[in-house]
Design a protein around this ligand. Structure first.
Ligand code: SF4
Length: 284
């Protein structure tokens, strides 16, 4: 590791590893260890705001488990070394805060996710810092009903891991535009319900302007209705994370989308909290 990591430097290959990368987050007050199961830049969705360059439709490749475990062990060991931390992280952020399964594509497209998460958890136990470490899998939720994913999330939940489940909009047409998926409302509800039953589930929602306009009244109402219907149907959503784009999109729609502004996101977060009776965390 030669480069000091910063809040803006999130290159997945910054440490020269295939599967793991460190990110310094001032907000989280420490180093987050990312695990990228999609080094092939393949995802089954194509979000207009996606930051992955050369994104292709597809699934995660077979994962070399010994290599993943070795890299994660090395990075967890490095990130506990005071000399490495002071060389690479600013004061106030010199500790490991979490391990996030989050990469250049959808992690649940990995066909042996249960084995992969098992290896990740074992490596955290053997090489991680003493004490509890937050564990997150960041997902579009579209593959939750695969048997290997269900087994993986059960294991993840047993280790107090959580899932961040993407819901950017409340209608099929809007999700088609923003996420490039034709996944129906009914299937999204079913997957969300299933996910909430398998592990603590946070809804993650990215809001953007489209041709200069933030989500209109009807779009916001549709999103609220979508989540209300899910919750009244039994989905035990833990909370919501509302955020704007932090980095440049690498998709063809990049010029059409933008950040709606911190004040707009804060106001929308307050509107959602009132409407949904859920905690809404705002990361503008
Ligand atoms: S689900 Fe994530 S990785 Fe896939 S296209 Fe959307 S933002 Fe990119």
């Amino acid at each position: 590791m030669k480069r000091r990591l910063s809040v803006t430097n999130h290159d997945r290959d910054v440490a020269g590893f295939t599967y793991v990368y460190p990110v310094v987050s001032r907000r989280a007050g420490g180093v987050s260890i990312g695990v990228n199961l999609n080094p092939n830049n393949a995802c089954n969705w194509r979000c207009a705001y996606c930051q992955v360059p050369d994104l292709v439709r597809g699934a995660a490749p077979p994962i070399e488990l010994p290599l993943l475990a070795r890299e994660l062990g090395e990075l967890l060991t490095l990130a506990r070394d005071p000399a490495w931390l002071s060389a690479n992280a600013p004061e106030g952020a010199r500790r490991v805060v979490d391990v996030a399964i989050s990469g250049n594509g959808e992690p649940t497209t990995c066909t042996n996710l249960d084995e992969v998460l098992g290896a990740v958890l074992e490596t955290i136990s053997s090489h991680g810092p003493p004490g509890p470490l937050a564990k997150v899998i960041i997902s579009n939720g579209s593959m939750i009903d695969r048997p290997a994913v269900k087994r993986a999330l059960t294991r993840w939940n047993d280790a107090d891991g959580e899932v961040w489940f993407k819901v950017d909009a409340g209608t099929e047409a809007l999700r088609q535009r923003i996420n490039g998926t034709s996944q129906s409302d009914a299937r999204t509800h079913k997957l969300l319900h299933l996910c909430c039953g398998l592990a603590r589930t946070r809804i993650q929602t990215c809001v953007v302007t489209w041709d200069g306009e933030p989500p209109c009244d009807a779009e916001r109402a549709a999103y609220i209705k979508f989540l209300r219907d899910a919750i009244s149907g039994g989905a035990r959503v833990h909370d919501v994370l509302l955020y704007g784009i932090a980095r440049e999109s690498h998709q063809p729609e990049a010029a059409r989308i933008d950040h709606p502004g911190e004040a707009w996101i804060r106001d929308y977060g307050a509107e959602l909290e009132r409407a949904l009776d859920l905690t809404v965390h705002v990361r503008s």
